[in-house]
Write a protein that binds this ligand. Structure first.
Ligand code: NAD
Ligand code: G6P
Ligand code: MN
Length: 444
């Protein structure tokens, strides 16, 4: 039998994460061989810089790999086995608006949580559906592995509007945090097996075990987190390392204090301690500004250097847990590996006392037919109530998109745990509508 070789398109080719994923694919050629790699973006200029640099790099490091980049959907989506999606609708300019507008009202401004995440969700739905449709038209047997945020709202929108599509929505935060846990107990992330329940950016670990011996590390990790949060001594990643991320890892200590039974996802800080976050925020300079001045500059200037020098011999792009996760997932589908990974899937009983039609984040076994979610049993009423509130916000945003309903968006914002009241929700909504007029459907 001929050796299996795969064809991949990266949608959002101009993403700061594209070079890392390409490097990861190169490093995994023996485990996950690829014959063709394409980039697709709707911003030719942005993608062109990475495309040109990667052309030079790949010629040197993988001369037989067929590589191209395009803004033409037909060219991009024809003859592919996997679509790796990481688009940012509205780019960093709109992330900046999502973060800064809520702060005017003393409310957290965040990429995926609260009003910022709701605004971003409303922007992402249309373009994500478009990507799914391109895939179904040009490569109907392909799988889309999607990082594009807000993953929770994208997952709900595709569940409702493209129920048969082969899209799997994923998040790198639990993977990044698992790396930290493995450091805390002195092992490797590969050696650990977890139980976890929640929504995207809203969940808890209930078990972290050694895969072979079955030794339960939960108490040991909790004892560490109670003192230091997930802050570890050695650099565990190239991602989630900036000063503001260090604060986030540290804050897990306060998240464990309110729920000492489980290990928290760091994103819960926006829901449990929103005022602390607002107090530390600089309304003139938010995470979007840090990323534009940091990761975006680094990645694009490294690419420009490769172009200027005509060689990538003296340059390297970082590979982080983000890249390793998506490649592992593709490999699990391609080779039916049965690897256990956290994915965002329709609940259908995985969390026994939670709605069947909620998109939840739980461990799954991944094979060539996709994910088989593992049952996590019943969850306590505290978490269940918090999750129900949050998942209802996510569902209402999708309903508001479908019905073009101003009223539903107002209700969704009012329901968000971090928006103080309906008056603020309405003022925020009116501001967000104005800022998003090029992206949102017109609400009635
Ligand atoms: P980025 O702005 O650098 O890259 C996004 C790219 O998408 C841009 O080049 C943009 O032109 C392109 N794009 C926008 N709309 C498009 C469309 N309709 N079709 C094709 N291309 C389009 O952003 P980034 O910081 O690198 O992040 C990329 C995405 O990945 C974001 O959505 C981010 O939130 C997400 N992300 C998710 C996770 C996760 O855990 N799920 C982790 C990291 C990043
Ligand atoms: C984590 C989350 C992603 C989010 C990213 C933001 O990785 O899982 O969903 O997009 O953080 O990171 P940034 O460095 O862009 O602020
Ligand atoms: Mn995420």
């Amino acid at each position: 039998m001929a050796k299996k070789e795969f064809s991949i398109v990266i949608a959002g080719g101009g993403s700061t994460f594209t070079p890392g994923i390409v490097m990861m694919l190169l490093e995994n050629q023996d485990r996950f061989p690829i014959r063709k790699l394409k980039l697709y973006d709707n911003d030719a200029e942005r993608q062109g810089v990475l495309g040109e640099a990667l052309t030079i790099l790949l010629k040197e490091q993988a001369p037989t790999l067929e590589f191209s980049y395009t803004t033409d959907p037909k060219e991009a989506f024809t003859d592919v086995d996997f679509v790796f999606a990481h688009i940012r609708v509205g780019k960093y300019a709109m992330r900046e608006a999502d973060e800064k507008i809520p702060l005017k009202y003393g409310v957290i401004g965040q990429e995926t949580c609260g009003p910022g995440g709701i605004a971003y969700g409303m922007r992402s739905i249309k373009d994500m559906l478009e990507l799914v449709d391109y895939m179904e038209e040009y490569s109907p047997a392909a799988w889309m592995l999607n990082y594009s945020n807000p993953a929770a709202i994208v997952a709900e929108a595709t569940r409702v509007l493209r129920p048969d599509s082969r899209i799997l929505n994923i998040c790198d935060m639990p993977v990044g945090t698992l790396r930290r846990m493995s450091q805390i107990v002195g092992t490797t992330p590969e050696q650990l097996e977890v139980r976890y329940f929640g929504l995207n950016h809203f969940g808890w670990w209930t078990s972290v075990k050694d895969k072979e011996t079955g030794h339960e590390y939960l108490d040991e990790i909790k004892a560490y987190v109670a003192k230091h949060g997930y802050l570890t001594q050695v650099e565990v990643d190239t991602q989630h390392m900036d000063e503001s991320w260090q604060e986030t890892h540290k804050k897990a200590k306060d998240l464990l204090a309110i729920e000492p039974r489980f290990l928290p996802n760091t994103y819960l800080k926006y829901y449990f301690y929103p005022q602390d976050e607002v107090a530390h925020a600089n309304p003139e300079y938010t995470r979007a500004n840090e990323v534009m001045d940091g990761r975006e500059k680094e990645v694009f200037s490294a690419a420009q250097e490769i172009i200027d020098q005509g060689t990538a011999k003296s340059n390297a792009f970082n590979i982080d847990s983000h890249a390793s996760f998506i490649v592992d997932l593709a490999r699990a589908i391609a080779f039916n590996t049965g690897k256990r990974m956290l994915l965002i899937v329709e609940n259908n009983g995985a969390i026994a006392n939670f709605d069947d039609d909620a998109m939840v984040e739980v461990p799954c076994i991944i094979g060539s037919d996709g994910p088989e979610p593992l049952t996590q049993g019943k969850i306590p009423s505290f978490e269940r109530a918090l999750m129900l509130q949050q998942v209802t916000v996510e569902k209402m945003v999708v309903e508001a998109y479908i019905e073009k309903s101003y009223q539903k968006m107002w209700q969704a914002l009012s329901l968000s745990k971090i928006v103080p009241n309906a008056r603020v929700a309405k003022e925020l909504l009116d501001d967000l509508i104005e800022a998003n007029k090029d992206f949102w459907p017109e609400l009635k």
